[in-house]
Design a protein around this ligand. Structure first.
Ligand SMILES: [Zn+2]
Length: 322
C-alpha cells in the first residue's frame, strides 16, 4: 500500500477511497479464539456465518485444520451477501403458507431449504432460510429413500451387512429375521435405517428444533435428542470417531463418516468406542456435559455435509428414528 501512496500517478481521491475501503473491511470482522473441541462448522454456526465464508475469510483450505488458540476473523455484514442467503424469523401465529406468500416463494421450497418434513408444523422464533444455496435439500432425498438388497446365490447375511457397513444383528433386526442363516436367493432385504443411516439415539425424544433462537443472537445449528442419562449413543454411519472435550460441547464425538459427511454429538456423559466403527456401534452415552450442565440429558447432534456445511439433521433423524 505504501508504494501506491508514494507513486506520483495516483490521485489523492484514489488513496482516500482505498483507505476508507480498508477501514470498512476492518469494521466488518471480529475475532474468535478457537477453543478445545471446536470445529469450524460449530464456530461458523455460533456466529451465524457459513462455514465456507469463515474458511475463506481466514484463508483456510482444509476446514479440519484449525488449532486451539488460533484467532479466526469472523466475517459479518459481507457474509450474507456472499452466501446470497435470505433468512426470516417466524413470528407468532404465522404459517409456512403465509411466509411463502410474503416472500413470493412456495411452502415446498421453504420446506426443502430447512429440512421441514411436516409443513403444517412451524415454530415462532425459528430462523428459516428463505432463499440462497440449498444444501439440506441435496441430502434429504438420500435419507428418505429406503435401500433394499436382493439376496444373490452364495451371499450370507454377514456378507451383505459388511457390504452396507452395518452390523449383522442390526440388519437381521430391521428385517425381523430371527435366524440369520435363513435367508434365500431372491429375498428382498430392507437396509436398516434409511440409506444406511442408523438412529443415533433409538427411543430418544426430538423434534425439528433447527433454527431455534439461542443466546447472543445465535441460532440452533442441530437437533437435540433427549434420553435418560447413560443411554447409549450409536454411530449413525460407519466412519472414524474422534473424542474431544471442550467448555461448550463438553464430551463430544466427531465422526468422520465413510460417506464423506461429518457427524457431531455434544454433551455426552462418557465416551464409547473411538477409531474406526461401523454404523450402530456405541460411541458415547447421553449426558449434560459442557454448557448443557444441569439441563435435561441430551446430545446436541449436527451433520456437516461434505464435512463443511452444517445442515438440518431432522430429515435423517425422522427417517431413521422410529
Ligand atoms: Zn442443540
Amino acid at each position: 500500500m505504501l508504494s501506491y501512496l508514494t507513486r506520483p500517478g495516483f490521485s489523492r481521491r484514489f488513496v482516500t477511497t482505498f483507505v476508507v475501503l480498508c477501514l470498512a473491511t476492518l469494521a466488518a470482522v471480529s475475532g474468535y479464539t478457537v477453543q478445545s473441541g471446536d470445529t469450524l462448522s460449530e464456530i461458523a454456526g455460533k456466529h451465524d456465518v457459513s462455514t465456507s465464508a469463515l474458511a475463506s475469510a481466514n484463508g483456510i483450505s482444509d476446514p479440519n485444520r484449525i488449532w486451539v488458540g488460533q484467532v479466526l476473523e469472523i466475517p459479518t455484514g459481507s457474509s450474507s451477501a456472499t452466501s446470497n442467503a435470505v433468512y426470516y424469523v417466524v413470528q407468532p401465529g404465522e404459517t409456512l403458507g403465509k411466509i411463502a406468500i410474503k416472500f413470493k416463494t412456495s411452502v415446498s421450497a421453504i420446506s426443502a431449504l430447512n429440512g421441514i418434513t411436516n409443513p403444517s408444523v412451524v415454530y415462532a422464533g425459528t430462523r428459516l432460510q428463505i432463499s440462497g444455496s440449498n444444501t439440506t435439500a441435496t441430502i434429504a432425498p438420500t435419507v428418505s429413500t429406503a435401500k433394499t438388497h436382493t439376496v444373490k446365490a452364495g451371499e450370507s447375511l454377514s456378507l451383505i451387512a459388511s457390504k452396507y457397513k452395518l452390523r449383522t444383528k442390526d440388519l437381521a433386526a430391521s428385517n425381523s429375521l430371527t435366524n440369520p442363516d435363513r435367508i434365500y436367493v431372491g429375498q428382498v432385504l430392507k437396509i436398516s435405517g434409511a440409506g444406511g443411516f442408523v438412529c443415533p439415539v433409538p427411543g430418544g425424544k426430538f423434534f425439528n428444533d433447527w433454527g431455534f433462537p439461542r443466546s447472543g443472537g445465535r441460532y440452533h445449528t442441530g437437533n437435540d435428542l433427549f434420553a435418560v442419562r447413560g443411554t447409549p449413543v450409536l454411530a449413525p454411519v460407519a466412519g472414524y470417531v474422534h473424542h474431544l472435550e471442550g467448555a461448550i460441547g463438553g464430551l463430544q464425538f466427531r465422526l468422520e463418516g465413510d460417506d464423506g459427511h461429518r457427524y457431531i454429538g455434544s454433551h455426552l456423559d462418557s465416551f464409547g468406542k473411538s477409531g474406526q466403527v461401523v454404523a450402530g456401534e456405541v460411541i458415547g452415552y447421553i449426558g449434560d456435559s459442557g454448557n448443557a450442565k444441569g439441563s435435561s440429558p441430551h446430545i446436541h447432534f449436527e451433520i456437516a455435509l461434505n464435512r463443511t456445511d452444517t445442515v438440518n439433521p431432522y430429515p435423517y433423524l425422522s427417517a431413521a428414528c422410529k
